[in-house]
Design a protein around this ligand. Structure first.
Ligand code: ZN
Length: 218
């Protein structure tokens, strides 16, 4: 019996140590909806460079909410015409259209009684998006924002830093450096164009690691 207890606590201790050491990087959020005393909103940010799979991660989270029959809406800035008004989320017969909006405030008018609001290409919104995210979360909405955290010069891309500061959860996803194959956090612009917002064409950019980003600046 003593041995059993020792073995039990021994293995318990080991598992505990295991759990401590291998606590996974945040992937699944703790959702506020499972208590019945009203919904508890929250803000989640998915950030990273181009080609890092931000939109895919946003879609993964929204799809899971759809499967649970939650009411989901997706918004994106009207400035981003790359994908036009095409559907970005589909699950079986359920398809959600992403709605292009001109101003961040428009989202408040359009979000209705959503459980989950997804916002893509957040870096192209005005700073008002921060207040919008806070308002939505305060009213019980789970707000998931995806966007570039750095511009093509490696500088923080407003309003993303503000959103990262106020979010409960921030997930930074990475691309693969197109020069060396390391993890990449930077979006390197191949053309000499200097405007911050160059929409575009993915062929004008490469995902790069820090060394390849700063080492090969032309
Ligand atoms: Zn590299």
């Amino acid at each position: 019996m003593k041995n059993f207890v020792a073995a039990f606590y021994g293995s318990f201790g080991q598992n505990k140590a295991f759990a401590t050491i291998f606590t996974p990087m945040f992937i699944e959020t703790s959702l506020g909806n499972h208590h019945h005393a009203g919904r508890k909103g929250q803000v989640e940010v998915i950030c990273g460079s181009m080609f890092s799979g931000k939109t895919e991660e946003l879609i993964r989270r929204l799809n899971r909410a759809l499967i649970a029959r939650q009411k989901v809406e997706i918004f994106k800035p009207a400035i981003d015409q790359r994908y036009h008004a095409k559907n970005v989320v589909s699950h079986d017969e359920t398809v959600i259209r992403s709605t292009p909006v001109q101003f961040a405030d428009d989202i408040l008018l359009l979000a209705g009684n959503c459980d989950v609001v997804g916002i893509d290409e957040v870096q192209f919104f005005d700073n008002q998006i921060v207040a919008v995210a806070e308002r939505l979360a305060a009213s019980g909405v789970r707000v998931i924002l995806a966007g570039l955290d750095m511009d093509f010069e490696g500088k923080p891309f407003e309003p993303m830093p503000q959103l990262m500061a106020i979010a409960e959860y921030v997930t930074k996803v990475h691309a693969i450096c197109m020069k060396c194959g390391d993890l990449a956090a930077f979006s390197y612009r191949l053309s000499g164009e200097k405007s911050k917002v160059m929409l575009g064409e993915k062929e004008s950019y490469e995902a790069r690691c820090r060394r390849c980003f700063y080492g090969n600046k032309n």
